[in-house]
Every structure is written in structure tokens, then in C-alpha cells.
Design a protein around this ligand. Structure first.
Ligand code: GDP
Length: 520
């Protein structure tokens, strides 16, 4: 049966501790109108159980892959794509954002914009992903709302257009002023936030006596914002020039229904997507999807590889045979599944905006396109400028086979970029990372998954540029740089510093030297 319900596919971006797990659970709670969240989160360690999507899947009948959470709200299907937390922060996080149509930026009212939020936001800007901002934890003392707006405008160069405005300062949260209707949405505290907080809506002349003083302050500030033309404009939002802002307390479930309504109202539905050759697929065209995340070791016994793909167009049906764009080979999707932990559920059908997990996907790499019908290939996922370089070699030469296999696997998963040259051979490739944490992941996985201890040596490079075959040839042997190749064939030139990279470009105008966007 064709599921034509509209989709919204988004990610929550935030610095650790801003409340991502809390709001994720609150969103699912609202979406399924279940009265007691306590069934999912125990009293003790809320955090551990909150992020346990498996439990949510069972309790609420929502469908989850370990990459995305799917639920229904007002006859829409919502896909919330997970962005990894701080500990495994790497290029992976950036790639995940290629699978969404919009992002919700969660800001801690007390802390303002934090480093990881800024980084993730930059990726959204680069990819033109519209961002809705939620100022969270308004039930606690925090910064003033105008100060927060100023931070957003100055630090991320987005014009904030608040849709609601807090009534009562942070820590004295009475509710919000709905700037589009002029209504007061009153916040009622519920014990522990276990149930959906009633959001009582009333006209401005119904505001009660004891709220009047703070209400008038809010109205005054709202009028200031109006004069400053800080009102929502859908076109500018979609163009990535403005960000609608709302105020919430995820822990108390306040603002969560407003956020869901906003996602339905403002966030873009899956749209047409352009391939590298300029042809465009509309969502209703034949099936196509691209892989944005590859994961292995979910099942240690089989060491099967799972490829997560975002559907761009058409209807996916389990068992269909698709074409793998980069090799032209057929790929059977017999085992399309949602997988969490050890349990698997088959996906029978999926639609544009949905995320599917393809099992036994050993041929698929991050960025790959699969399709039916006429050929289409998407640009896939962005690549960011690596700024950290090390050579890697087997710590135990008796395990060289494991070493080679492990490095190849981690390369295909995109855990780190592996750069090779004839000179270095297979024994001594260069690993290039956007963040140094990626090296720790490599070390850990090589040892524990592939049984191969490794040795790193530092390299005196700081800058990478891309070149073509002619450039690679011309630069070979030149001082202060080294020419290597990624497994996708791209030629990468490493320089000791920016000065030398720029000087080389200046002295050799005929050589292509392309910089990648900064990710760090
Ligand atoms: P994550 O690291 O972004 O997933 O953050 P969590 O959802 O785990 O939240 C971090 C901490 O902030 C937890 O102790 C939450 O209970 C708390 N928290 C989250 N949202 C709110 C909120 O709206 N108000 C208050 N007071 N605390 C919150």
C-alpha cells in the first residue's frame, strides 16, 4: 500500500547536555500521545534509558533504525535522524546532516551557543539546510532572550525571527507569547515532566492578574522585534538567511507540541534532488537513494556491514534489485532492515525522506547512490578539509593481513581518510582526519575489531589540497609537499603549512590546487 503521508526528515543539532535526548523522547511522547513517559525512562538513570530507542520502539510502536527514529504526528511521518554525540564526534556527524531536509538547533538558555553547536551549524549553512532554533531549559535561570538573539545574529550570522517570546525571564517561566496570533500560551508545571504539559492558550485580554506584569514586558519586547523586522519570512528561512526561534523546556515537555507543529508548518518536505550530471529526480520519480553512513560490527559473529541510505525518490520495496551507481552492478535489497542492537525488523516499504538500513552491503560506501530506471548519481556527502595527519603501521607485523583489512574497512566506512602512494605502499599509509578523535576511534577499532595493534607516527603536515592527475604528476618530488591518493582516486597534496600551500599555488598557476571546506 502506497504511503503518501507527507514526510519531514530532520536532525537535532546541539552541544552535549543541551537536552537532545530529552527532547527526542518528548517529541516521540507527543507524537504518540502516550500519557506516561515513565514507561520508558526509569526513575534512576534517565539518560541511559532515554537514549535507548529500542525501548521506545517497543513501548510506542515507533520504528527505529539506529540511525533514525520514525514516528507519526498529525498524519505526517517524521524521521528524526540521529547525530552522534561528542565522544565519537568526527566527519561522521557531518555526513549525517546530508540526509536531512532541515535541522533543529537546540540551545541551552544558560550557556548560549556552544562550540559543537557552532560547528554543526556551519555544516548546515554550507549545505543550505534550514535551521529552526529552540532555546531550551527556559525553566532555569539563564541569559536574557534579547541577548540570546544577539548571539545568534552575531555568531552564526543568521537573523533570528522568534515565533514565540518568553513571558517571564529564564527561571521564572510563565509561558510564551505567540507572536503570530498575539495569544498567551501558558505553561503549567507538571511533576517531573512525565506527562505532556498542558499548554493553555488564551487571548491577551484573558491573561491573569499575576502574569500581567511579565506579560506586558513580553509584549513590549515583541513590539521591539517587530520594529526590527525580526518576523518570520518563509522564503528567507528556506534560503538559510533567517532562523525561526522558539522557547521551550524539554524536560517539562513545554514547547514540544509547538515544535512538532512548526516542523509540519515550516520545515521543507523532501524535494527534488540534482545528480552530478545535472539531471534532477523528483520525489515521485523512480527509486533512488544515497548512502550517508556505513556501520559494521553490529553483529560480531557475521561482521556484516550495514549501509544507511536516505531515500531521495520513488518507492522502496524490500527485495527490489537496484543499481549501484559507482560500479553499475545490481544490488539485491533482500535484507533491508531496521536494526537496533541485536534485534532486526524488516522494512517492507519506504518513501522519500525515509532512512533504510541495508544489510550485507559490503559493496556500498558512504556517498554511494543506488537507483532504478535511468542512471542517477548524487554528489552524496561533503568532504571536509583534514587538518590532522599521521602515518599508520602494523604494531605486530605478524598480523599484517588483519591490519590491511581493518584499514580498508575503516576507510570504506569513512571513519578516517586513508591516503596512499606507491612510495608508502600498504605498510605505511597516511591517515587524514578532521578531528583528532578520529585517530582514537581507529586505534580502538583496529585493536578490538580487527585484532591488529597499530603504531602512529606524527607527520609534519598541516594543510591538504586537492589536485588532478596532471597536478599530481607536476608536484611529485617538490619540496614541502607530498602527493597521495584517496581510495576513490582523488589526488591529495599535503603541505607543511598554509604559507607553502599558497606559495605553491601562486608559483604554479597552471596547477589545480583546490581547498576543501573547513570542518574543524
Ligand atoms: P543531551 O546530552 O543533549 O542528550 O542532553 P540530555 O537530554 O541528556 O540533557 C542533559 C541534562 O539536562 C539532563 O540532566 C536533563 O535532565 C537536563 N535537561 C534537558 N532539558 C531540560 C530542560 O528543559 N530544563 C531543565 N531544567 N533541564 C533539562
Amino acid at each position: 500500500m502506497l504511503d503518501t503521508r507527507p514526510r519531514r526528515t530532520f536532525a537535532v543539532i546541539s552541544h552535549p547536555d543541551a537536552g537532545k535526548s530529552t527532547i527526542t523522547e518528548a517529541l516521540a511522547l507527543h507524537a504518540r500521545a502516550i500519557n506516561e513517559a515513565g514507561a520508558v525512562h526509569g526513575k534512576g538513570d534517565r539518560k541511559a534509558t532515554v537514549s535507548d530507542w529500542m525501548a521506545m520502539e517497543k513501548a510506542r510502536g515507533i520504528s527505529i533504525t539506529s540511525a533514525a527514529l520514525q514516528f507519526e504526528y498529525r498524519d505526517h511521518v517524521i524521521n528524526l535522524v540521529d547525530t552522534p554525540g561528542h565522544s565519537d564526534f568526527s566527519e561522521d556527524t557531518y555526513r549525517v546532516l546530508s540526509a536531512v531536509d532541515s535541522a533543529v538547533m537546540l540551545v541551552d538558555a544558560g550557556k548560549g551557543l556552544e562550540p559543537q553547536t557552532l560547528k554543526l551549524f556551519r555544516v548546515c549553512a554550507l549545505r543550505g539546510i534550514p535551521v529552526i532554533t529552540v532555546i531550551n531549559k527556559w525553566d532555569r535561570p539563564g541569559l536574557s532572550p534579547l541577548e540570546l538573539m544577539d548571539m545568534i545574529e552575531r555568531q552564526i550570522k543568521l537573523r533570528p525571527t522568534p515565533l514565540t517570546w518568553p513571558v517571564g525571564e529564564a527561571g521564572d517561566f510563565r509561558g510564551v507569547l505567540d507572536r503570530r496570533t498575539g495569544d498567551f500560551i501558558k505553561y503549567t508545571r507538571t511533576a517531573g515532566g512525565a506527562t505532556i504539559a498542558p499548554e493553555k492558550r488564551m487571548a491577551s485580554d484573558e491573561v491573569e492578574e499575576n502574569d500581567l506584569l511579565v506579560w506586558h514586558n513580553a509584549v513590549e519586547e515583541h513590539e521591539l522585534l517587530e520594529l526590527d523586522e525580526a518576523d518570520h519570512d518563509q522564503e528567507r528561512f528556506l534560503a538559510g538567511e533567517t532562523t525561526p526561534v522558539m522557547f521551550a523546556s524539554a524536560l517539562q515537555n513545554f514547547g514540544v507540541a509547538q515544535l512538532l507543529d512548526l516542523l509540519l508548518e515550516l520545515a521543507p518536505a523532501p524535494g527534488p534532488t540534482e545528480g552530478v550530471d545535472g539531471t534532477v529526480r523528483q520525489p515521485e520519480d523512480e527509486f533512488s537513494a544515497f548512502v550517508f553512513k556505513v556501520q559494521s560490527g553490529m553483529n560480531n559473529a557475521h561482521r556484516d556491514r550495514l549501509a544507511y541510505a536516505r531515500i531521495v525518490s520513488g518507492e522502496f520495496e524490500r527485495g527490489m534489485v537496484v543499481t549501484h551507481a559507482s560500479t553499475g552492478r545490481p544490488f539485491a535489497t533482500k535484507f533491508a532492515q531496521t536494526v537496533f542492537g541485536r534485534e532486526t525488523t524488516s522494512v517492507e516499504q519506504a518513501y522519500p525522506g525515509d532512512i533504510i538500513g541495508l544489510v550485507n552491503a559490503n559493496a556500498l560506501r558512504v556517498g554511494d547512490t543506488i537507483f532504478t530506471g535511468p542512471k542517477i548519481e548524487y554528489a552524496g556527502v561533503p568532504s571536509f578539509a583534514p587538518e590532522h595527519f599521521r602515518t599508520v603501521s602494523a604494531g605486530d607485523i605478524g598480523r599484517f593481513k588483519q591490519f590491511r583489512k581493518g584499514i580498508e574497512q575503516l576507510d570504506q566506512e569513512g571513519v578516517v581518510q586513508v591516503l596512499r602512494s606507491d612510495l608508502r605502499g600498504d605498510q605505511n599509509p597516511v591517515l587524514a582526519a578532521v578531528g583528532p578523535l578520529q585517530f582514537e576511534v581507529v586505534e580502538d577499532r583496529m585493536l578490538n575489531e580487527f585484532n591488529s595493534p597499530i603504531r602512529f607516527s606524527r607527520l609534519d603536515y598541516q594543510v591538504a589540497r586537492l589536485t588532478d592527475a596532471a597536478g599530481a604528476e607536476a608536484l611529485k618530488g617538490m619540496r614541502g609537499c607530498e602527493v597521495l591518493q584517496r581510495s576513490d582516486g582523488t589526488h591529495v597534496v599535503l603541505f607543511t603549512d598554509n604559507w607553502r600551500a599558497n606559495a605553491t599555488a601562486r608559483d604554479n598557476p597552471s596547477i589545480t590546487l583546490e581547498a576543501l571546506p573547513a570542518g574543524g
